[in-house]
Ligand binder design. Sequence first.
Ligand code: ACM
Length: 562
Amino acid sequence: MGGPDGVSVGFGIIGGMNNLLPPPRLVEPGSGSTVIAPGSAVSGPASLTDAVRLALPVLDLRPGDAATAAVRVEEDPGLGPEAYAMTIAGDGVRITAGGRAGAFYAGQTLRQLLPAEAFRSAPVPGTSWTVPCGRVDDTPGFSWRGAHLDVARNFLPKREVLRMIDLMAAHKLNRLHLHLADDQGWRVESRAFPLLHEVGSHRPRTITSHKGEPLAFDGVPHGGYYTLADLTEIAAYARARAVTVVPEIDVPGHASAILAAYPALASRPQERYEVLDRWGISSAILSPLPATVDFLTTVFAEIADALGDVPYFHIGGDECVLDDWAASPEISAYRASLGLDSVGDLHAWFLRRLADALAERGSRTVVWDEAFVSGRLRPDTIVMPWRGEHVARRATAAGHDVVATPVFPMYFDYAEAASPEEPAGLGDAITVGDVAAFAPAPSEWPEDERARVIGVQFQLWSERIPDGRTLDYRAWPRGCAAAEVAWTGGPVASEDFVRRLEAHLARLDAFGVEYRPLSGPRPWQRGGTGWRRHRPGVVVVHDVMRHLHELSLSADSTRPSI
Ligand code: ACM
């Protein structure tokens, strides 16, 4: 998409600056280059220069004065908070940023203009730290550019979360959705209700068999949780890198770990609950009575206080089996006293009460799409339509802001190919190309509904992601494609993307990312015959999609059990 006189507009790029990922909105290549060597000086307002320094750790930039600095940063409040302009000339780099995030993104772009060695943790001797001259003007297409990490099914230690934030920042992603509670584990310290982490954070074993196979378990205890201080640290680390942590406590379903700790909160309080050692949808569900709302409001407040500024709080709402509510005389009487006709209405009413409590603390609620269908949500609730475009459309038509999170192509726990070489995923197959071709706000939608799509997010459900190495393999390079869609606001022109991606992979190599090569897994990344053996067809994404399309939009369970 080259414009006149070598100017490249509308996210196309030409000339010496042609390998940026995601591509800036406008690039104007110049001639010649400049050198920004480790230890160079950066000048400007401290909050902005700090952001540039954090984006370029390998250079160890030192504060200096404007007359001699190699990188000069200025603020222009007229630009959006994430926008920046950067001019690279023979005498150094000039950055103008709308705010801290913009300065950080200018630093990230500068890092990509340097050799791939800029992605290492320390300078490698012999590197030529040259940057091509030219000009960049940039601002994102979507405000929500998300990555979701399920740390409940398989816990990821804090160091992996911090590393994920570094990788998100390198791709200008800005929302880290942490799925902190599910049937298989509760992952945060609670001082108010300590049994949550003491009992809910571990299980004695984990299922190894797949759907249709004889049940088998590994016999290996699994667990872990973040202390409240860990959460404070993670949120501050993220904030410094222009990433907002979005905590999720998934309720009222997916609640086995909570109920193992506090069974009195169950709809069948006489039942004994355990942290689940297998996947799939559980019928364990919290009671909707006021004691549960009080309990959750207290726990949400603890988490929000630990995180600091919490603009968004996700409360789940998905895959609820409401049978226990229907069977309980006490819950039925409560429902009737509220004038509600069905357990579906009660589900919506319960989530609405939690959302109102969060709003009082200044957080906007986010939900999976099952929570939206009853029409009782607060109008400011953000909906994540995981069941696809038809639900997304209904949510935007109803006036909700939407973050596009459809199974296809945004569930990165699905394998990249239906091949015996692949390690087992939750299903087959979601490719880099599928992600790049995704249109979060399809052009055929009415303009007002398109405007309600505030972003896009990929999901890393962790049933088949037991560790950081597997996380790398699943997340990248599909995450690169998602970052392009999120930054540019639409599907990506495939040939240009693939060319830039090939260059970008050298940066990921330098960073130390064990991504999936475009040609397929490396020998040691293959499925093999052990626990990660690929079972093509166990859950096939197209079947799942057909199933999802057939669904009536109720609060029914919809995720395939495995
Ligand atoms: C989901 O996959 N249940 C949001």
